[in-house]
Design a protein around this ligand. Structure first.
Ligand code: PGA
Length: 249
C-alpha cells in the first residue's frame, strides 16, 4: 500500500480489489467507532460489494455496531419497485442491510416509484439535511466519470434529480441484466452538491476499465463533462484504488 497526494486528493494505492475492499471497510469501521450515529452515504455497483462483505464480517465478529447509523444511498433506477431484484433497494438488502443492524427507518434510498418526482427528490434532500448531511460518503466512479448517476453534462446538478442515463452507463450496466434493453433509461440521483456536502469522501475504483476516468478525475480540469473532477475541490477526499485503476496516473 502506498499513499500519495495529488491535486488535493489523498490517494491510497492498493494491490487489488480485495485490499481495496478491506481498506475501505476499515475506514467505515473507524468512522462508526468515532461517531456511533454517523450518516453514511452509500453506493451500489460491483465496486463496493467486497467492502460490504468485509463490513458484514466485522459486524458478525462484534467489531462494529451499526445500531445508530443512518444510511443514505446515492441513487436508484426510475421507475422501479423496491421489490424488483434489479433495484438498488434490493441490492442494498442483499449485499448489506440484511447482514448488519442498520435500523429499517434509518435506511434511505430514493423512491423509484413515486410519480411526483419533484416532490420525492425534494423530500430526499430535506431528509438528508435534517440528518445533518453525510459524514462519510462512499463513491464508485463510472467509466464516463459519473458519480452516483450524475452523468457528463453542461452543468453540475445540486440536489437529488431525475437523470437520463448516458449510453455508456447503459452499456456498462447491461452486464447486470439479461438484455441491454432491460436496463432502465432513467434514474434518481443525489446531486453533486449533496455529495460535496459530505464531510469526508472515499472513492473506490478497481480495474483497468476505470484507469482513464481516474486519470481525468485527478489530473484533468474540473468540468461537469467529467462529474468526478469536482472532487478535486473537496477538502477531505481519499481515493482507494488498485494498481490497474491507478495505471494512468
Ligand atoms: P461499478 O459502477 O462499481 O459497477 O463499476 C460504478 C459506478 O457506476 O459508479
Amino acid at each position: 500500500m502506498k499513499t500519495i497526494d495529488m491535486n488535493n486528493m489523498k490517494i491510497i494505492k492498493v494491490k487489488n480489489y480485495e485490499e481495496m475492499s478491506q481498506k475501505a471497510a476499515k475506514l467505515v469501521e473507524a468512522q462508526v467507532l468515532v461517531k456511533r450515529n454517523s450518516v453514511l452515504g452509500l453506493a451500489t455497483g460491483s465496486t463496493p460489494e467486497g467492502m460490504y462483505q468485509e463490513l458484514a464480517k466485522k459486524y458478525r465478529n462484534d467489531e462494529v455496531d451499526f445500531k445508530d447509523v443512518v444510511a443514505f444511498n446515492l441513487d436508484e433506477y426510475y421507475p422501479i419497485s423496491a421489490d424488483n431484484d434489479q433495484s438498488y433497494a434490493h441490492y442494498m438488502r442483499e449485499h448489506f442491510f440484511q447482514h448488519v443492524n442498520i435500523q429499517e427507518n434509518n435506511r434511505n434510498i430514493p423512491d423509484g416509484l413515486n410519480k411526483d418526482v419533484q416532490a420525492s427528490c425534494r423530500a430526499y434532500d430535506r431528509a438528508l439535511e435534517a440528518a445533518g448531511n453525510v459524514d462519510l460518503q462512499i463513491l464508485g466512479i463510472g467509466t464516463n466519470g459519473h458519480i452516483g448517476f450524475n452523468e457528463p453534462d453542461e452543468h453540475f446538478a445540486v440536489g437529488t434529480h431525475l437523470v437520463d442515463l448516458n449510453e455508456k452507463t447503459i452499456q456498462d450496466n447491461a452486464r447486470f441484466f439479461e438484455h441491454i434493453d432491460e436496463v432502465p433509461k432513467q434514474a434518481l440521483s443525489m446531486g453533486v452538491g449533496s455529495i460535496m456536502h459530505a464531510k469526508k469522501i472515499v472513492l473506490l475504483a478497481s480495474g483497468k476499465n476505470k484507469a482513464e476516468a481516474i486519470r481525468a478525475m485527478v489530473k484533468g480540469p474540473v468540468t461537469p463533462e467529467l462529474p468526478a473532477s469536482i472532487l478535486q475541490m473537496h477538502q477531505d477526499i481519499t481515493l482507494i484504488i488498485d494498481e490497474e485503476a491507478a495505471s494512468e496516473l
